[in-house]
Structures are given as C-alpha cells and as structure tokens.
Design a protein around this ligand. Structure first.
Ligand SMILES: Nc1ncnc2c1ncn2[C@@H]1O[C@H](COP(=O)(O)OP(=O)(O)OP(=O)(O)O)[C@@H](O)[C@H]1O
Length: 255
C-alpha cells in the first residue's frame, strides 16, 4: 500500500499551470527522485505536499488520510518533513536550539507546567535536549551545538537542516536540492548519509536534485517533470535512456 498517493494534482498561478495533472505513488521505504529543468514545477510539488500552497485541483493522500489543504504545521504533525532549496534555519539561534524546536512538536505538556517549569515540562525538556544532542552527534555537529547557526560553514548548515527535519520524526522526508553548493566529495558523503538515515530512521525519501550523480546513485525510481507534467518515470537506467528525458533535460551529459 502506498504511503503517499497523489492524484491529478494541479496548481495554477494566474495563467500559469505550474503543476498539471501530477500523479505519484510512493511505497513505504522507497527513495524517489524528482528531476526536471528549471521552472518545471518541482518545488511547487513540494509546496503542495507540505501545505505551503493549496492545490487548485487533485488529491494528496498520506498514510491513508487526505492532507491536501492542511496547514504546514498540521502536515508536519502527520509525518511529512522537508528541507528547502535555500537553507531556512533559525539563523540567529544556536545549532542545538534549531533541533530542539523541531522536537517541541512532539512533546506535550500543559501551559501551566511549562510556565512553572515543573513536572512533565522539565522531564520533557531534558528528554528533548538528550535527543537533540543525539541527532547532532549523528550529523557530526555535536561539538558545534552552542554555535549560532548562521556562522556554520555552508555544508554544515545543510546537514543541520536535515537533522532538524528528522527531529520532527517524519515518515516521509522531502529534500529540496540537498547537494546544491556541495563539492563532489561532500556530495558523495551526502549520498552515504541519505542511504544511512533512510535505514536508521525507517524513512521514505523524496528528493529534488540537479546533481545527476546523486540522483542516479541513490534513487530507486525517478519522476521527470517538464512544464508541470510528468514526462517519464522509472528506474535510473530507464530514465537515463529515455529519449524524451534526454531531449527535455539530460542532454548528452549523462553516461
Ligand atoms: N508563488 C508563485 N507565484 C507565481 N508563480 C510561481 C510561484 N511559485 C512558482 N511559480 C512558477 O511556477 C513554475 C514552477 O516553479 P518551481 O519553482 O516549482 O520550479 P522548479 O522545477 O522547482 O525549478 P528550479 O529547478 O529552478 O528550482 C515557474 O514558472 C515559477 O515561476
């Protein structure tokens, strides 16, 4: 059974059909790529899946329930978390606080308890801190926990953004161009990390990426968007050899 089922999804901005009749089925545990030329509609699909935009038409069913039209925080609580093409951290907060904030979605205590800092609040806070540090350790950021997020080098900010998304304990993780701005060695490490977190956290992952070495290296299936519509889907090998995809996007570059 599908974890995510998207049916005939469309988004119209003024006269522009940014996403048109988009269908996608993702089974639990899959690692899927979404590729296509600039402006093809990839980020708009992510924005529809995460409640940033309300669909013009179509349905989004996640974990057997409709999530179309819900607010972003409601969708996070249902189990979909994301990173952004342009990193969006709480740049003036510490590394640790960036991860702790994501945990607060999942720790429940009353206002009185939190104001008085008693009972479950204090236990909750200690637990949140412990778990947040564990995430930072996984992402090799624990020794930077007290640094201000904006002072981290670019590659570490990207890792922190993924750590924060995972701290919300999603079932589905959406990564928007995770390798952007990375050198080949960092991209290679990122690939290994993506494979590892999927296994470790029992995740399903959908990623947008222009770096074909990463997409072809980690994804099991790939969807190709062009002008808002899916023009192909299949295994990396099928996509590499698809004449329509080569013409619209890949050119002669992929070997
Ligand atoms: N809020 C908006 N208002 C109007 N048009 C928008 C809006 N968001 C996106 N678009 C348009 O929708 C189309 C798809 O944009 P989108 O950002 O989804 O493409 P993309 O495939 O993610 O591109 P890239 O690879 O460059 O990030 C573009 O023509 C874009 O200008």
């Amino acid at each position: 059974m599908a974890l995510l089922k998207v049916n005939k999804l469309s988004k119209v901005f003024g006269g522009l059909r940014a996403v048109s009749n988009f269908n996608m089925d993702i089974a639990p545990g899959e690692l899927i790529g979404l590729i296509g030329p600039n402006g093809a509609g990839k980020t708009t699909v992510f924005n529809l899946l995460t409640g940033v935009y309300v669909p013009t038409e179509g349905s989004i069913v996640f974990d057997d329930k409709s999530v179309a039209g819900l607010k972003p925080y409601q969708i996070t609580q249902r189990g979909i978390a994301r990173t952004f093409q342009n990193i969006r951290l709480f740049s003036d907060l510490t590394v640790l606080d960036n991860v702790k904030i994501a945990y607060h979605f999942h720790v429940k205590y009353g206002i009185l308890e939190s104001v008085l800092r008693i009972g479950r609040y204090m236990e909750g806070e200690a637990e949140v801190e412990r778990r947040a540090i564990r995430f930072l350790e996984i992402f090799n950021l624990a020794d930077k926990k007290d640094e201000i997020a904006k002072n981290l080098p670019y590659g570490e900010q990207r890792r922190l953004e993924i750590a924060r998304a995972l701290a919300a304990q999603p079932k589905l993780l959406l990564l928007d161009e995770p390798a952007a701005g990375m050198n080949p060695q960092e991209t290679q490490q990122l690939m290994e990390m993506i494979r590892w977190i999927r296994k470790e956290f029992d995740l399903t992952i959908l990623l947008i990426e222009h770096d074909m070495s990463l997409v072809m290296g980690v994804c099991e299936r790939i969807y190709v968007l062009d002008y808002g519509s899916v023009i192909a889907q299949g295994t990396p090998l099928e996509i590499k050899n698809n004449p329509r995809v080569i013409e619209a996007y890949l050119g002669e570059e992929v070997d």
